[in-house]
Ligand binder design. Structure first.
Ligand code: BES
Ligand code: MN
Length: 460
């Protein structure tokens, strides 16, 4: 059977697949930092050549931001299904660099307690993950001369920086990109032995706020206690965002937040979540979120307001007595259900503005907003994918929520009318967005084998 040959091909070629992953990880495609603009372009070019070499017809598509890459294979004929595979070649910034034990852009395979782990920025999120699909396709073409279904591969270089070019690109290229279903490899397994399909992603609203007070920094003795301190003002407002039960206090914030159904709660309870291990793995011991909700509910089905950064006044060596003229913070909201990003943004801005004393003024800057998205599970795409995952891993794929955001999945639905099947092989301890990001060699190899099986299953 051709699938067996394809799987054997993947096993035999694992060293060359790993070398290709190393090549793309060596390109520091940090999308948020303009200093890496050329590297992002080089990464896009690498992806395009790699797709062409694998047997797709691919090209780099310029945008006003970082380029997109589109590769097409239509050799399965007009009656075969057509899927759109999405991944992102950009990565998060690497700071703080001093906490990395290896160069983030010089990948290696290291042995950690008997487990082989690939190290480097983006190995998990999302270069290793996207290559599991491309390597599976490469093996199919190499071994059988083609793919069992038609596939368009669509790779973005701005996912980690709010995808400013995505909506115009999807709108302009809708005909080319619309397929029967989208596949995305940018999420987690349930645990090391259990594959997963994610059924929901949270949305995201991101805001910068700057509170201005005096016209310049002041001597804190000369003016102290008489002059307004914007750090105090901002800190009090941020502290006000949650009440003592962890509930967010912005008016209207919970409009559109659905209660989790009893059925959903029961299904999640059956997953056997290990709370101790979850918190233990990050040096904590207990949930600190909204009262009355389990940890899984908190991360999968409840909205958040998190301060991601806060800056103000003197933060250098030693002491400096100063009342700063301004203080700023970066705040993000994860959305669920039907929460509307723009309403939340407006309500947040009003919440801050209302609390400002007479001499303060706030300045806001938006870094985008996208709604949450849920995926149906009662369709043949999900059923076939689940069956393929079960045959690779020897157990049923878990249906899970996912607290992170992948904005394009929302846009596939709203702009292209397309559902997405979210399958990923990352693990909770991959340290994505953190120093010492890793991807298990097993995730890479069995992830590739899984996609080879999924391609076969979707053809049937
Ligand atoms: N791969 C992540 C999303 C994710 C996070 C999936 C955790 C599974 C578990 C994705 O690349 C990401 O980090 N997205 C950003 C989106 C934002 C920058 C618009 C996020 O969730 O913060
Ligand atoms: Mn990602």
């Amino acid at each position: 059977m051709s699938l067996d040959r394809v799987l054997a091909h993947i096993d035999n070629e694992c060293d060359s697949a790993l070398e290709r992953l190393f090549q793309i990880v060596r390109i520091p495609s940090i999308s948020a930092d303009p200093a890496y603009r050329d590297d992002c372009r080089r990464a896009a070019e690498w992806c395009s050549s790699n797709l062409n070499e694998a047997g797709f017809t691919a090209g780099v598509r310029p945008t006003i931001g970082h380029p997109m890459v589109v590769g097409n294979y239509d050799g399965a004929g007009a009656n075969a299904p057509h899927v759109l595979f999405y991944g992102h070649y950009d990565v998060q910034p690497i700071d703080p660099l001093e906490l990395w034990t290896r160069d983030p852009f010089d990948p290696a395979v290291v042995d950690v307690d008997g487990e082989k782990q690939i190290t480097g920025r983006g190995v998990s999120d999302d270069k290793g993950q996207l290559l599991t699909f491309v390597e599976a396709a490469r093996a199919w073409i190499a071994e059988t001369g083609g793919l069992p279904i038609n596939v368009t591969v669509f790779l973005e270089g701005e996912e980690e920086s709010a995808s400013p070019s995505m909506i115009p690109f999807l709108t302009e290229n809708a005909d080319e990109l619309k397929a029967d279903v989208a596949l995305v490899c940018d999420t987690n397994m349930w645990d090391r032995a259990t594959p997963a399909i994610s059924t929901m992603l949270r949305g995201l609203v991101y805001e910068d706020v700057v509170v201005h007070a005096a016209s310049h920094d002041l001597h804190s003795g000369y003016y102290g206690s008489a002059a307004c301190n914007p750090i105090h003002v901002l800190a009090a407002i941020l502290a006000d965002l949650h009440d003592e039960t962890g509930r967010i206090t912005i008016p209207g914030f919970y409009d559109g937040v659905p209660e989790v159904s009893a059925e959903q709660k029961a299904q999640w309870a059956e997953l056997g979540f290990d709370e101790k291990a979850f918190f233990g793995g990050i040096g904590l011991s207990e949930p600190a979120g909204e009262a009355g909700y389990s940890t899984l509910e908190q991360i999968w089905s409840r909205p958040t307001a998190e301060v991601n950064g806060i800056i103000g006044g003197y933060t250098g060596e030693g002491a400096k007595t100063v009342i700063p003229a301004l203080a700023s913070a970066k705040i993000s909201f994860r959305l669920v259900g039907d929460q509307d990003p723009e309403t939340i943004r407006e309500n947040f801005r009003a919440f801050v503005t209302e609390r400002l004393p007479a001499d303060c003024r706030a300045e806001f800057r938006s870094h985008g907003g996208d709604r949450a998205v849920s995926q149906p599970v009662d369709n043949p795409w999900v059923q076939k994918t689940r069956a393929a995952l079960s045959s690779e891993w020897g157990r049923d794929a878990a249906l899970i929520g996912m607290g992170g955001s992948i904005p394009v999945v929302t846009q596939f639905k709203t702009l292209l009318g397309m559902d997405t099947v979210l399958v990923g092989f990352a693990l909770e301890d991959d340290r994505i967005h953190s120093p010492n990001e890793k991807y298990n060699l097993a995730s890479f190899q069995r992830g590739t084998r899984s996609w080879a099986r999924i391609l076969a299953a979707l053809a049937a």
